[in-house]
Design a protein around this ligand. Structure first.
Ligand code: CMC
Length: 428
C-alpha cells in the first residue's frame, strides 16, 4: 500500500496524490490544488493555534500525550528524575547523548565558570521598583544581556554559539536570584561555584550572614528534580516563540527573553502561581464542590488541570506529587495539600473532567513544593524559566542548523474589508 493521500478537488474534478511521510503531508504540496479563479494561489491549511500542524523536525523531546510518555533524547523522564541531575540532563538535551564522566566534569566546570553576571547588570536591575514582578525583571534583564554580549549576534559561528548557550544556562539562575533578592530588598549574593548548579542557586537566593551557605541536601535534590522535569517539552508556546524569534536570526538573548515572556502567561508557566492563588481562594476542603460547580458552569478554570498534548496524567505531575511528600518531610506539610488532593480526587471522578480528558499537569503540585521551600508565588514562573533555558537553547540551535527552516511566517485567511477608497475627514 502506497504512503500517499489521494485528494479529489470537487471544485475542479481533479485528483492529486500527495506523499505521506512520518504521518504527515506537506502543506506546500497543497499549493498545487487550485482552481482557475483569479488570485487563487492554491489550497491552504487553516489551523489556528497550530492544533494539528508540525512546524519542524526535532530529535530532542518525544511526547505521547495519550499514554503519558515523555522522553528526552529517548530517555524516560522517570529514569532521568530518579538517576540523573539537572546539569547532566542539560548536557543530554543539548548534545543528544549522556556525557562520560570526564565530559560531565568539564561541562559542569564550564557552566560554573560562567555564573557571574556583569556588575552593570546589577545596576540595571536596581532600576526596577521594589514590587516589580520577578518574571518581568527576568524577561527584561535577559533581553538586556544582548547589549552586554555583542558576539551573541554571531549565531553561525559554532564556538560563539556554544559560548552564548553556556552563558545563558549559567547566568539565568544568577539573574533569577538577583530578581528575587531585589523584590525582598536584600543584598545580592555572588555565586559560590564550589556548590553545584542547584546548591549555588539556593545560596544566591537564601544566604544571609553565614560565611558559607549549606543547602539542605533533600531540598537541593528536590529542586534539581523539578529542574529536570521542566527542562524541555517540545514545541510548546514559549519554545515555539524561541524558534520563531530565532528564525529571524536575532541573537539568543533577545530570542530567550521573548520565550520567557511567552512563559509568563497564566496558561503556560504562570499556571502554578495561578494554582496556588486558586487553592488559597478555595480556602477549605468544604468549599471544593461549589468551586467545581463554578468551573463546570464556565466561570474560571481548574488551574493546573488540562493540557494541549497530554490526554492522560502528565508523567511530570506524578513525579512532582511524589517529590512533594519528600519536601514536606523536611519543611512540614503545606496546608494547601489537603485541598489539592481532594480537588484532584473529585475532578478525576467528575464527568466534565473525565470526558474532556483533563488531568493534573506539571503545575498542579509544583507550586505547593515551591511555597514550602519559601519561594514567593511570583518566583514560580522564574524557576520554570531557569530550567527551560536549556530546552529553549537546544531547540533554537536545532532550528538554526535545520536546512529546511526559514524565517517563521504563517499565512492568514483575510476576513477584513474589501478594497475601498479613502474617505476625507469632512465626509465621514
Ligand atoms: N478547567 C476547566 N475546563 C478546562 C480546563 C481547565 N483547566 N482546561 C480545559 N478545559 C475545557 C475547556 O473549557 C474546553 O471545554 P469545551 O470543550 O466544553 O469548550 C475543553 O476543556 C478543551 O479545552 P481547550 O481550552 O480547548 O484546550 P487547550 O488545549 O486549548 O488548552 C490548556 C490547554 C493547558 C491551556 C488548558 O487546559 C488550560 O487552560 N488549563 C489551565 C491552565 C494550566 O494549568 N496551564 C498549564 C499547562 S501545563 C504547563 C505548560 O505547558 O506551561
Amino acid at each position: 500500500m502506497a504512503d500517499t493521500l489521494t485528494i479529489t478537488d470537487n471544485r475542479t474534478g481533479k485528483t492529486y496524490d500527495l506523499p505521506i511521510t512520518d504521518g504527515a503531508i506537506r502543506a506546500l504540496d497543497l499549493k498545487k490544488i487550485k482552481t482557475d479563479a483569479p488570485g487563487d494561489t492554491g489550497l491552504l491549511t487553516y489551523d489556528p493555534a497550530c492544533m494539528n500542524t508540525a512546524a519542524c523536525r526535532s530529535c530532542i523531546t518525544y511526547i505521547d500525550g495519550d499514554q503519558g510518555i515523555l522522553l528526552y533524547r529517548g530517555y524516560p523522564i522517570e529514569q532521568l528524575a530518579e538517576q540523573s541531575t539537572y546539569l547532566e540532563t542539560a548536557y543530554l538535551i543539548l548534545n543528544g547523548e549522556l556525557p562520560t564522566g570526564n565530559a560531565l566534569q568539564d561541562w559542569t566546570y564550564q557552566i560554573m565558570m560562567h555564573t557571574m553576571v556583569h556588575e552593570n547588570i546589577k545596576k540595571f536591575m536596581e532600576g526596577f521598583t521594589y514590587d516589580a514582578h520577578p518574571m518581568g525583571v527576568f524577561v527584561s534583564t535577559v533581553a538586556a544581556m544582548s547589549t552586554f554580549y555583542s558576539d551573541g549576534k554571531l549565531i553561525f559561528d559554532t564556538d560563539r554559539r556554544k559560548l552564548q548557550i553556556l552563558r545563558l544556562i549559567a547566568k539565568t539562575p544568577t539573574i533569577a536570584a538577583y530578581a528575587f533578592r531585589h523584590s525582598i530588598g536584600r543584598p545580592y549574593v555572588y555565586p559560590d561555584n564550589d556548590l553545584g548548579f542547584t546548591g549555588n542557586f539556593l545560596n544566591m537566593l537564601f544566604k544571609m550572614t553565614e560565611l558559607k551557605y549549606q543547602p539542605n541536601p533533600a531540598l537541593e535534590r528536590a529542586l534539581d528534580v523539578l529542574f529536570i522535569l521542566h527542562a524541555d517539552h517540545e514545541q510548546n508556546c514559549s519554545t515555539s516563540t524561541m524558534r520563531g524569534i530565532g528564525s529571524s536570526h536575532a541573537d539568543p538573548y533577545s530570542a530567550l527573553a521573548g520565550a520567557a515572556a511567552a512563559l509568563y502567561g497564566p496558561l503556560h508557566g504562570g499556571a502554578n502561581e495561578a494554582v496556588l492563588r486558586m487553592l488559597q481562594e478555595i480556602g477549605s476542603v468544604a468549599n471544593i464542590p461549589a468551586f467545581i460547580k463554578r468551573v463546570k458552569a464556565g466561570d474560571g478554570r481548574l488551574m493546573g488541570f488540562g493540557h494541549r498534548i497530554y490526554k492522560s496524567y502528565d508523567p511530570r505531575a506524578k513525579i512532582i506529587k511524589k517529590t512533594a511528600y519528600e519536601v514536606f518531610e523536611v519543611t512540614g506539610k503545606n496546608p494547601l495539600l489537603d485541598i489539592a488532593l481532594e480537588l484532584e480526587r473529585i475532578a478525576l471522578e467528575d464527568d466534565y473532567f473525565v470526558t474532556r480528558k483533563l488531568y493534573p499537569n506539571v503545575d498542579f503540585y509544583s507550586g505547593l513544593i515551591y511555597q514550602a521551600m519559601n519561594f514567593p508565588s511570583d518566583m514560580f514562573a522564574v524557576l520554570f524559566a531557569i530550567a527551560r533555558t536549556v530546552g529553549w537553547v537546544a531547540q533554537w540551535e536545532e532550528m538554526l542548523l535545520d536546512t529546511e527552516q526559514k524565517i517563521f511566517r504563517p499565512r492568514q485567511i483575510y476576513a477584513g474589508a474589501g478594497h475601498r477608497d479613502y474617505v476625507p475627514m469632512a465626509k465621514r
